[in-house]
Design a protein around this ligand. Structure first.
Ligand code: C5P
Length: 394
């Protein structure tokens, strides 16, 4: 997504300017071309040399500086940018952008740009909450500026409140999303499920499975980066929460069923990557079960087949995790559950599947055509699946 993209990173004069170095570094490592523009105040916090060393490119600080190519610097930067991100964006820069003031290189570049502009505000809580800053941000949002954060927490003043620069991962997610907004899933709503459900035995114990949630999260993030509005319905996982999507937390198959029913009105595709329990304890004990008896028998009942029971005019994608007769079982499930596609994976393979960052899957469609993918990182598998979903959505 970021490879070869031209990103202008505007850095303004706030305490969190040092965090922009990490952003510049991450973008550069993802093979983006990063041009940093610093305001005069920003150079009081971090030396331009630091950004130059990290990005391997000259850093622009002066409105009337002599550039290496004789073009007009703000026009050249504005025209080249696939996206402009200002992190941190101070109250002062936000106010000047809202007013259309162009008295420094950064504001001039934004004014001249046609690309998406992302603002990551960072300032003291009182400044952020001041109605004038809120008005300025609303004005800019109404003009299609994208905002990320601020996060709440400890501020440089020692106080707690909103005003911390958003996490680098959230800012990178916003950049990927902005780059993908003209992409093939733009304006589509995708509901993705992930993780292994947990069915309570008593208040302490549950029946669950080995699903890590990685495949579902990769699908949700890839869909977001291709312009989709994503609702991620997730059973408990230990994964970081993906940014810039709606996340619904569930535990049991029953809760997942309810969450999906609520989410699918007007969705374009439902992708069920979750490993839903097929059986649950008939009764969950109210109190912790004591280890008194030598043996304990649990009575289990079937959970509803969510995918099989959900109907609607949207693309339905299921997963078939199989340990034998992979394609046969997958095709049967595709027809039984009325799916558009089923993603078959052999869970006996050691190098892929549950818990792994890699997966080797076969995509099966309604006509029985199969597409066997090689072993790939889950994010790439996700993109291959989404290629097919995008095609089905026309
Ligand atoms: O029938 P099986 O559990 O193998 O089917 C797997 C597919 O069905 C997965 O996409 C899974 O998310 C979904 N599923 C479901 N409801 C269940 C069990 C599985 O929607 N109770």
């Amino acid at each position: 997504m970021l490879k070869g993209k031209s990103i202008v990173l505007g850095v303004t004069g706030g305490v969190s300017a040092y965090k922009a170095v990490h952003i510049a570094s991450q973008l550069t490592q993802a093979s983006a071309q990063v041009d940093v523009i610093m305001t005069e105040a920003a150079t009081r916090f971090v030396a331009p040399l630091t950004f130059q060393a990290v990005t391997g490119r000259p850093v622009a600080t002066e409105m009337f500086g002599l550039g290496s190519n004789c073009g007009i610097q703000h026009i050249v930067l504005a025209e080249a940018a696939d996206v402009i991100v200002i992190a941190p964006a101070t109250a002062n820069t936000i106010a000047r952008l809202a007013a259309g003031i162009a008295d420094d290189l950064l504001c001039c570049t934004v004014l001249a740009a046609k690309s998406p502009v992302i603002l990551a505000p960072a300032m003291d809580a009182n400044m952020y909450e001041n109605p004038v800053t809120q008005d300025n941000l609303s004005k800019l949002q109404a003009r299609d500026f994208i905002t990320v954060g601020p996060a709440s927490g400890r501020l440089a003043s020692g106080k707690e409140g909103p005003g911390r620069l958003a996490e680098t991962s959230d800012i990178l997610a916003a950049i990927s999303q902005a780059l993908g907004r003209e992409s093939d899933l733009a304006a589509k709503h995708l509901v993705v499920t992930a993780g292994g459900t947990q069915e309570p035995i008593d208040p302490v114990r549950c029946i669950t499975n080995r699903s890590s949630g990685k495949m579902g999260y990769a699908l949700a993030e890839a869909a977001r980066d291709r312009g989709a509005r994503v609702t991620l319905i997730t059973a408990p996982t230990s994964l970081p929460r993906p940014a810039r999507m709606q996340i619904v937390d569930v535990c049991t198959a029953h809760e997942m069923h309810t969450a999906i029913r609520d989410a699918i009105s007007q969705c374009d595709a439902l992708i069920m990557a979750a490993a839903v329990a097929d059986y649950r304890p008939t009764r969950a004990a109210k109190d912790k079960i004591k280890k008194e008896a030598a043996e304990l028998t649990l009575e289990l009942e079937r959970t509803p087949d969510i995918l099989g029971s959900i109907k609607g005019a949207f693309v339905k994608v299921g997963f078939a995790a199989e340990s034998s007769n992979l394609l046969e079982n997958a095709s049967r499930k595709l027809h039984e559950k009325g799916l558009s596609l089923i993603i078959a994976n052999d869970i006996t393979a050691r190098d892929s599947g549950f818990g792994s960052d890699y997966n080797r899957v076969t995509i099966v469609d309604q006509e029985g055509k199969t597409d066997s993918l090689p072993l790939l990182p889950k994010r790439q598998v996700a993109d291959r699946i989404l290629d097919r979903v995008a095609k089905l959505l026309g």
